[in-house]
Design a protein around this ligand. Sequence first.
Ligand code: ZN
Length: 358
Amino acid sequence: MLNISKTNTQDRGLEAVGEHERQGSYFYPLVFLVCASLRWRYICQNACLVILLPIALFACTGSNSSNSRADDKPQVVATSTIIADLAEEVGGDEIQLTGILQPGTDPHVYEPRPQDSRFLEEADLILYNGYNLEPGLIKLMNAAGTKARKLAVGEVAKPLQLDKGKGEVVPDPHVWGDVKNAIAMVNAIRDGLIKLSPEDKAEFTQNAQQLTTELQQLDSWITQQIQTIPPNKRKLVTTHDAFQYYGRAYRIPIAGTLIGISTEEQPSAQTVKQLVESIKKIGVSAIFAETTINPNLIQTVAQEAGVKLAPRQLYSDSIGAAESEGDTYSKMMAANTRSIVEALGGKYTPFPAETQKK
Ligand SMILES: [Zn+2]
């Protein structure tokens, strides 16, 4: 699991600078004043220099060396939590990874913070989803004067095209819903990291292979789990349109969504009414809230349509918080599958524990 605070090189850097300033600004003048008040100024000044200079130099060297260890590693920045998790698995200890989005944050409407520009400017490689999943960060990345190579990891998957009406067709960014796409993303991350740091090729290749094996097992397991849902109940109604790839890959049609592929759009009263009527007509047994979206409106839809709101929310555009059951990509996909299977009357069997490393 990615611990963002541990990988935040900026904060670590600031800490080191602060320490250096404290040593440089206060310690030497203080000793100097004490010496002066004892009227041994000239003797003491020389003594101070002899004693303190090596200490100061040692202190500087000490903090710089810990800094340079971190700086020696390639600086990789990932936008979404899903990509950060995959990159952490593939990059391991060989990279210094910073994930910008925090677990549970909605990438569609994320407004970059001031420090995000700095992360992007100082990166050697930026891994982002693309297909406009994270418009705020893509805009910032293109505006920032960054030396980094930029890799649209999600765009290695062939997109589903969604008609937004009025002739506007856009690619659906939620490609990770099909685990086979996530495997392609892992390969793209591996190749991007090898280009960045060729000497770590063996490590990246091995990590990617290990993760791919786990994802292949996950892919088969999800297929098998969804098949346990009675065919007439195999219909998915979610809060926003993030499960088209999942639905196609695992053969569970998307019967309706409250919001489109971007959560920027707010549903109209008319949309809500149509969804309620459609749910009543097609007869789904449960509908789903999502962890990155306020559940109030989908709750209202469930009440008005007289259906159950599934007790477990789906992880749509972000992995779960640390220690939650969805705190890695694999675990998020397994948790979603469990939520769907249990709410729609299937027979859930846990994803084999030995393949879940965390
Ligand atoms: Zn989304």
